[in-house]
Ligand binder design. Sequence first.
Ligand code: AMP
Length: 440
Amino acid sequence: MRVLVIGQGGREHALVWRLNQSPSVRKIFCATGNPGINQHAEPVPIPASDRAALVAFARANQVDLTVVGPDAPLGDGIVDDFAAAGLRIFGPSKAAARIETSKSFAKEIMARAGVSTAAHAVFDDANGARRYVRERGAPIVVKADGLALGKGVTVCLDVESAIHAIDEAMEAGTFGKSGDRVVIEEFLTGEEISFFALCDGESAIPFGSFQDHKAIFDGDRGPNTGGMGAYSPVPRFTPALEQRVMREIVEPVLRTLAAQGVPFRGLLFAGLMVDDDRISVVEFNARFGDPESQALMMRFEGDLGETLLAAAEGRARGLTLRISPKSAATVVLASSGYPGEYRKGVPIRGLEQLEGASVPSELKVRWSLGRIRVKVFHAGTALRDGQLVTDGGRVLAVTALAPDLRTAIETAYSAADLIEFEGKYCRRDIGHRALERLSA
Ligand code: AMP
């Protein structure tokens, strides 16, 4: 089949890379692509916001399946537009994507489905929100209701910072319309684990467990980013826990959405807080995570094209997803200054050492002996006069697959150290929770 992928980051590179290895896939287009993606896909210079042009492109080029990476086009209704044109597309409709694009809607669905989540209240006026925070005290969490580039959530350790977060969202308009409404909720303790489920509107199949690292600095300090690294699977996320999450969270949510006339097709990403026996939902996303997907695609062994098509056509039931039991770890190389201001256009060197024949022989021996693989996914790169340069805050996602998590993490770091660009920054403690547990 002919596939169109929408997006241009590390997640989309991982999806395109795996689609390229799918026997069912003959041709890949990517709107808009990046230098890594373009090794496997024909770039299409149409922005994700131009839905009509994307529909016209898919039609004119006999695209059999479109796969949407980012949240914004899903929230804008790209799936509805493709469906209306009779085109197959992997992702939820605009109404179903509200599970991500509106935190108050997600809370409503969870309440109906009987799913455990933080106690909360919703406010459209700042005075009411401030009063509530003063009554409840801290710690407490203030969330802009809508999409805010991952920056709309403030975990507040005292009442003053909660008041400040309310002022920022509701009075200063920091998140635009997304902050006109806020959700204020109980502070949850425990360990955060992400879980993916492939959904076809009625049934769901587990698609991996992950831990990501949102804060910019080691020890989970500093401002939140799009994600500085991830690994999969999470050793603590046992098959028994997975079964509970499917039964107590994913299946009831799918049933509730379907009963409301908004069946969820696509990738349901549950952000969970696990505290002994209590599993609570922190948030839902309606798409593949980034950088979780880079780790997942290293582990996934099936035909990705056929798998996503089956979900898009409502045929997921009975599908078995072939996922390697090995561990994958992803380390993001970022531009110094990110998530604030950073430079672009900085030359990147050393990447060729990780591609095929030019891997230094001593590393090649080590990697092949341990059945280890390394793949570098491009997140924010560009080609200027034939030279690869930085073009974003998150630049590359260095990913390793190995028989055990410790080796995967070590390999990802040894590969990351071979890549050089001025201002290169990465966290040095990806996977620290699992490693601490393994050595305990
Ligand atoms: P979200 O965008 O809702 O995932 O929130 C971003 C991050 O804020 C999460 O990954 C958590 O680390 C933190 N967070 C969100 N809600 C809560 C909560 N109720 N209790 C504790 N931490 C939270």
